[in-house]
Design a protein around this ligand. Structure first.
Ligand SMILES: [Zn+2]
Length: 400
């Protein structure tokens, strides 16, 4: 009897010690818990309707004062060069935890985390998240941004575009992000671009006298809120939906908005903001460790794009230490394996937008998840990059 009691007490103690909770029922949440034990858990990101990709986001409650290991199973390495991002205030602010707790193995990877004694609830994610609530908070601080209804998504959510500047001006600048739901860096950068245009008296604000900025921060709004990978969805993702008959309402609505706005303009530039592949730290010359543009396929327009790229290089080099810099030589030329029209049947946003007769150029802009040649990618550095893009656009249009 005594022995049975001891076993029960021991079992209860084990259960008690494993009683931390892993949760993902919040906007952007994504995780499967395969095993949970005293020392941590075995997890897997949910790829859902995408092929293998690395987005994940979850929270842990009740682990304060303990050290736990979270091991990702089976499907490859899903941890970037700066380790996981973490939030200690329910997802409001985030920072990188660093690579020190990471163990990389051939087919899986893990991170260890010592929860501070007061850390009752900690969120972890593969990158610094940017959610619709973040954009709403920013938009609230900028009443000059006009909210335009875009469409109802497939899941019935209201999606929006934002307009800034002079709707009657001869220049239209389009900004889009989250054609791939997980690529949060694009939206941080978009906020930085808009912040610079909102600054009174600067060169960017001067451009707005004759220009309208039209921004759609969350093309795949459902994917962002539901925590989907978004990249390479079946049958195709939002950035392969630029056909005559798009399957995603946001894409159809963006096409309509772009055409209507372009009609009233003399010249159009469109920047579609993305993030490249995850950077794990090896090979500092890796493309995913650089901020770059993808060149379009139309020769004269690629020239115009190079003009902006050159200005942007000079502008980012003026920023101080820790800034995300851009080098024109990092841009990916059209016709190379990473940038070809192998998917001519399924046009990307930028390839489609570039074809418009009024488009000076339209291109994809890639902002890395974790590093840019040694500079830490974070909210400040991405927004500073955005400010440099805005200043470069002003100079692009001011220069003959
Ligand atoms: Zn992308």
């Amino acid at each position: 009897m005594k022995r049975a009691f001891a076993i029960m007490a021991f079992a209860a103690a084990v259960l008690e010690s494993a009683a931390f909770e892993i949760y993902s029922d919040f906007p952007g949440g994504n995780i499967d818990v395969l095993e949970k034990g005293e020392n941590g858990a075995k997890l897997r990101q949910q790829c859902r309707d995408s092929s293998w990709w690395f987005y994940w986001s979850f929270g842990v409650r009740g682990a304060e004062g303990r050290t736990l290991t979270f091991k990702f199973a089976d499907l490859g390495d899903v941890l970037g060069s700066r380790g996981p991002a973490a939030s200690f205030d329910g997802g409001k602010t985030w920072r990188w935890l660093g690579a020190q707790g990471i163990k990389r193995e051939k087919n899986s990877s893990s991170f260890e985390f010592a929860f501070p004694p007061d850390a009752k609830d900690v969120r972890f994610a593969f990158c610094l998240p940017y959610m619709p609530s973040d954009f709403d908070a920013f938009a609230k601080s900028a009443p000059e941004l006009k909210k335009i209804p875009l469409c109802k998504t497939r899941k019935g959510r209201e999606n929006f575009a934002y307009s800034l500047g002079n709707p009657g001006g001869k220049i239209k600048i389009f900004l889009t992000s989250r054609h791939h739901a997980c690529e949060a860096t694009g939206t941080f950068t978009m906020q930085g671009i808009l912040e610079e245009f909102l600054k009174k008296g600067g060169p960017a604000a001067e451009l707005l006298k004759d220009a309208e900025i039209v921004a759609v921060p969350f093309i795949d709004l459902d994917g962002v809120l539901d925590g989907d990978q978004g990249k390479s969805r079946k049958p195709h993702d939002h950035n392969r939906d630029y056909s005559e008959s798009p399957i995603y309402p946001s894409v159809a609505a963006f096409q309509k908005l772009y055409n209507a706005k372009a009609e009233k303009a003399e010249t159009v530039v469109a920047l579609d903001l993305h993030a490249p592949f995850i950077f794990r730290g090896a090979g500092s010359d890796a493309q995913q460790n650089r901020m770059f543009l993808l060149e379009g396929s139309i020769a004269g327009k690629a020239e115009s794009q190079r003009k902006l790229s050159k200005i942007l290089e000079a502008e980012t080099l003026k920023s101080g230490e820790g800034a995300i810099i851009h080098r024109q030589k990092w841009d990916v030329k059209y016709g190379t394996p990473y940038n070809s029209d192998a998917h001519k049947m399924h046009l990307s946003c930028s390839a489609w937008a570039n074809r418009h007769p009024k488009a000076a150029f339209a291109c994809a802009v890639e902002i890395p998840y974790t590093d840019c040649v040694g500079a830490e990618v974070n909210s400040e550095s991405m927004r500073e990059l955005g400010a440099n893009i805005a200043k470069s656009l002003a100079e692009y249009f001011a220069a003959p």
